[in-house]
Design a protein around this ligand. Structure first.
Ligand SMILES: [Zn+2]
Length: 370
């Protein structure tokens, strides 16, 4: 497969592409089917599956024999399945949700609609169950504590532009994680994906930025209170600032070079070869696919390069070479996610969002061991 020579010119933080959406849909259906095969009771109440050959729909944990995959259809709930002409299974009674499940459902609805963080105490008061019982029921049903659930819910915004109003579990599975707890582990690690922060235009976010001279030209470094959201190179500070303001037009932006000193110093030290890994919190929005690519890029050691094909293979999607190139081109944080370490299979440098000359200089410096 030939690799793309050109990159998108410059970017806003990329919106998910139709391809990412298709991939996530497949992942979601695949996950649901796995949950049905596993008779996963934690999924009860989240969706039902219907069997075309029998005309019956069941909750995921139904003890009945499993149908063939190709005769199964999934629905968000009993109502949707009934509307499509299916009857409720008499064995697992998917229309009857237990009293316990209703507490959990109510708690989830409250959390889903809450604006800020809801404490366990507040939640238990509103649901009408003791904190202890609520925590236990909630965790058993969702795999997460209410607090973890709220954090995980932030990840839902990865897909915010795509699918409004979806429940968090589905969104989490959409994000490409196998189970809610794994998801949660990942949520707060490398990429601090938060709701609010990356709504279109950075609405509601406060972003501080600084600009410093570097051997590669001016470097703009911007961060929210949670971490880096932009690292860019350019010739002029004015232009860098203008582009940032354009992209985050709805955010509150402040230039404060001193406040950004810690970030700038860390990145400059990396450019000088004084630290080999960049250990800064990131606050960037990513699709599941971009996240996989960017995490893989962060594993490429300084002084080495990989081809787009290598990265595609690494993420287990060997045909996604072009999508990998697009993900590299849409990297919002230069150096912190070292997209410059990805080159074409024939050794050509290919493009770089901040100019191929800069890519060349960066790689030369890294390969020279500086
Ligand atoms: Zn059933």
């Amino acid at each position: 497969m030939s690799e793309p020579k050109r990159f998108a010119r410059k970017g806003r933080i990329a919106a998910p592409t139709p391809r990412d959406y298709a991939v996530s849909m497949q992942t979601e259906l695949h996950n649901k089917w796995q949950q049905v095969l596993a008779r996963d009771a934690r999924q009860d109440g989240r969706f039902v599956f219907a069997v075309r050959t029998t005309g019956v729909f069941c909750r995921p944990s139904c003890p009945s024999r499993r149908p063939r995959r190709d005769s199964v259809e999934f629905f968000a709930g009993p109502r949707e399945a009934e509307r499509a002409g299916y009857r409720a299974c008499l064995r697992c009674k998917p229309t009857q949700i237990s009293e316990q499940a209703q507490y959990v459902l109510r708690a989830r609805q409250l959390l889903d609609n809450a604006e800020g963080v809801v404490t366990l105490a507040e939640l238990s008061k509103r649901v009408g169950l003791s904190p202890f019982h609520l925590q236990r029921l909630f965790k058993r049903a969702t795999g997460l504590s209410p607090r973890e659930y709220q954090s995980a819910r932030r990840m839902q915004h990865i897909k915010a532009g795509l699918r409004k109003g979806e429940d968090v579990t589905t969104a989490l599975y959409d994000a490409g994680f196998g189970s809610p707890s794994r998801l949660y582990e990942n949520a707060n690690q490398q990429f601090g994906m938060t709701p609010g922060t990356y709504r279109r235009g950075g609405e509601g976010a406060t972003i501080t930025f600084g600009i410093a001279p570097t051997p590669l030209g001016r470097m703009l470094v911007a961060a929210t209170e949670r971490g880096l959201c932009a690292v860019r190179f350019g010739e002029s500070a004015t232009e860098l600032e203008r582009d940032l303001r354009e992209e985050f037009h709805a955010a509150e932006l402040h230039r404060d070079d001193a406040a950004m000193g810690r970030y700038i110093e860390h990145l400059l030290a990396n450019l000088r070869g004084e630290n080999t890994t960049i250990d800064l919190p990131l606050d960037i929005r990513a699709t599941a696919f971009q996240k996989k690519v960017w995490e893989t890029l962060r594993q490429i050691p300084r002084g080495e390069t990989r081809s787009y094909t290598d990265v595609a293979r690494e993420i287990g999607d060997p045909n996604a070479v072009r999508a990998v190139a697009r993900a590299c081109a849409s990297n919002p944080v230069a150096i912190a996610v070292p997209c410059h370490r990805v080159v074409r299979s024939d050794g050509e440098l290919a493009g770089y969002r901040w100019g191929v000359e800069r890519k060349k200089k960066l790689l030369e410096a890294e390969q020279a061991g500086s």
